[in-house]
Ligand binder design. Sequence first.
Ligand SMILES: Cc1cc2nc3c(=O)[nH]c(=O)nc-3n(C[C@H](O)[C@H](O)[C@H](O)COP(=O)(O)OP(=O)(O)OC[C@H]3O[C@@H](n4cnc5c(N)ncnc54)[C@H](O)[C@@H]3O)c2cc1C
Length: 527
Amino acid sequence: MSRTTERDPVIVVGSGIAGSLLALEAAAHGPVVLVTEGALGEGSTQRAQGGMAAAIDEHDTIADHVADTLAAGAGLCDEAAVRLICEDGPRQVAALLARGVDFDRADGRLRLAREGAHSAARVVHAGGDATGAHIVAALSAALRADPRIDLAEGERALEVLVRDGRAVGLRTLGRDGRGHSRSARAVVLATGGMGHLYSRTTNPPGATADGPALAGRAGAALADLELVQFHPTALAVGESPLALVSEAVRGEGGVLRDAAGRRFMPDEHPMAELGPRDVVARAIARHAAALGADVTIDLRHLDPGEVHARFPTVAALCAAHGLDLARDLIPVTPAAHYGVGGALTDMAGRTTLPGLYAVGECAATGAHGANRLASNGLLEAAVLATAAARALGESDAKWPMTSLPNVSPVAPPEPAGDGGAVRRAVQETMWRGVGVERDATGLAEASRALEALPEGTDPATDNLLMIGRLTAAAAAARTESRGAHFRADFPDPDPAQARRIAWVGGLPVALPPAPARRDRALALEAA
Ligand SMILES: Cc1cc2nc3c(=O)[nH]c(=O)nc-3n(C[C@H](O)[C@H](O)[C@H](O)COP(=O)(O)OP(=O)(O)OC[C@H]3O[C@@H](n4cnc5c(N)ncnc54)[C@H](O)[C@@H]3O)c2cc1C
């Protein structure tokens, strides 16, 4: 690929909140091509229910939002990144309103929900529990109406093209089986999550860790891969993506029972079913494994009419599988929900490879620390997309220099066909050995099993295999329990390990504690 020019487009990969917002904002500075695998707007954003956090209530403060985010992050947050997302929250809500997102209102004011681990009501939502669908509808309409943005729908990104240590283009595969290579002034990965590393996930089918895999092969650093959030209660019927049975169902009195009918949460946590998400997820996984059958939620002691009126969405999801939310025991399971890790970036989305950006869930900024605070996912994606769009309009001179060695790009394996069996093996192995609860023996077994699986089936499976292997290695490297990462053999946090782990060319690199980092610079040191 020849040297790029200022007239070359910015190529954005993905059309969730991060990619869509970035494309819309970057179009002010020059041509944009948006490549997206399925239909426009497909992705996790579309499925987001709760909403987006922002300190806009008169009784709330930015400082409180920062404090709650830091507390959830369990010592791994980059405080500057946390401040930035919390300070920018109110402006992002206003910007989305201006783009036509009809957040719910009461008496002319935005309605704010209060969610677990937030000390104030600060979550804006739309259409009740259809927040993501409303955001996607508004942004997709704006994308289609913008003549400066070239939409390449049904195209899958396969490889970031690198020349002389810089990202200069993207290779893709169209739905019609035709390959394309485009030059780019910059490439922005906004490919979402990695939930399909696991056999049980709430993520849409496209969440196959493509962004981190493409960035890693291009030579960029990855980070925080061991930090996978599991939602405690997904509906344990049917294929992934599994539907969410929201926390509110437990909040209204739903109790968890093991396969023998015993209510177990009062023995696990003083708050029983309303304990922290990770505690509930681990207890459910343990009790399901012990009896070899899924745990259930029981609402049979409540008034059926009220249950159906309060939870119409969950009731409809259950009904689709022949279950009555009010009268049946509803099988639930933890499920991979949010990947904290991804391509290591600063707060303008710059990866460690010049010309390559990552925004949204596929980026690892340090804003979530070891555990994401509920509803900070959409917020971080919006803040990062806006900041990256601004950075794209600036000169390359601002690219942060790192002390990391340059890593040569590696081409992805040649696809040889259907990777269905390999993919299922990756997902089962990850679920068993690198899941809700980990230990050295299980992690070593998982690593061996993943190493033995063949590469070169289909591109998504190759990406899952690559990131699965690194995730298993990252989980083995963190010999402590912190945030979303729980080691049964090291159940406590170790203050000496309060550092993020990055991966460069497949090798671990410890990042210095966040406060030591200079403004914006990705100053890294070899472990
Ligand atoms: C069920 C569910 C509920 C959630 N609820 C909330 C909530 O209430 N609040 C909150 O803050 N967060 C929530 N989250 C998390 C949040 O929705 C996501 O983190 C966020 O939407 C991610 O946005 P994104 O733009 O990074 O990725 P996505 O919205 O997932 O978009 C990724 C895009 O990349 C495309 N893509 C992927 N790979 C390729 C490729 N190789 N080539 C081309 N295109 C590709 C996909 O097709 C998609 O368009 C929820 C997540 C789930 C799954």
